[in-house]
Write a protein that binds this ligand. Structure first.
Ligand SMILES: [Zn+2]
Length: 270
């Protein structure tokens, strides 16, 4: 699933071509993807409004048409890209927004879990999302971890606590910070918690610089692959040697999520 770095890469890739564009038509062959709206309602709501901003909040892509928003959630297999034709470049395009420069913003989604939602406010996102990790100080991380007894891996995936981190970058940050994924959050000492916050920011920043991880469906808007997967220390490296100490990376399941860690670098809490 695309996480913060992948979604950020999509936003940065689309922004130069999309800012100032108007939506002149809306097409779908999978109405559920429009999350309760309908093509003609979306068309009339967006009519004549140039796109003012495109930005990311957590794993959501927000298109701001001047107080009317289209919010895209890629979920598992979603892709968003510009195409010269309505049907896009692959056979999974289920929503297509026709633009006033005769191009289309195509939303492709083979698994059909993604959504393209019209809304007049982003309050619904703010109500359910925690802060952005790249905007948090080390102390903010440490404060956030206070008072929770949940496993740190599960906590990091809770979007209402910290927004945008998923399975990949949680595993990467925990190995680099030397914290076992099952460690109860309130057992992480203050200084280690600050260090974990710093590590999370470093891991996410690096992944943005590598333009995301193309391990399954994720592609940049120009169709090319990100490079982040070439720099993983933990994720998907079961049975391979730890890049820090050479110990074999192990895989366990935490909160129903596949979790990769080094048993030497990340000591299990007693
Ligand atoms: Zn190790």
């Amino acid at each position: 699933m695309p996480e913060l770095p992948e979604v950020e890469t999509v936003v940065r890739g689309l922004a130069p071509d999309l800012i100032g564009r108007k939506v002149v038509s809306v097409w779908t062959d999978w109405p559920r993807a429009l999350d309760g709206s309908e093509p003609h309602l979306m068309e009339s709501a967006l009519d004549g409004r140039p796109l003012q901003r495109i930005f990311r909040r957590a794993k959501y892509i927000c298109l701001d048409f001047g107080g009317i928003y289209v919010v895209v959630h890629l979920r598992m297999t979603g892709r968003l890209y510009l195409s010269p034709n309505r049907s896009g470049d692959d056979r999974w395009v289920h929503v297509s927004l026709g633009l006033d420069d005769d191009r289309y913003l195509a939303f492709s989604d083979s698994r059909k879990f993604g959504r393209v939602s019209l809304c007049d406010s982003l309050d619904f996102l703010e109500r359910k999302l925690g802060p952005e990790p790249l905007e948090m100080s080390d102390d903010a991380f440490s404060n956030l971890f206070r008072g929770s007894t949940r496993a740190i891996k599960t906590f990091l995936l809770d979007q209402s606590k910290i927004a945008g981190i998923g399975n990949i970058y949680a595993d990467e940050a925990l190995l680099r910070a030397g914290i076992h994924p099952l460690t109860p959050v309130d057992r992480i000492p203050h200084n280690r918690a600050r260090r974990l916050g710093q590590t999370i920011r470093e891991v996410l920043d690096a992944a943005i610089n590598y333009e995301g991880a193309s391990i399954s469906w994720y592609r940049k808007p120009d169709g090319s692959q990100g490079e982040s997967q070439k720099h993983f220390w933990a994720y998907g490296r079961t049975h391979q040697p730890c890049k820090v100490c050479g110990t074999t990376i192990e895989r366990i399941v935490v909160g129903q999520r596949s979790t990769h860690f080094c048993p030497k670098c990340q000591k299990k809490p007693r």
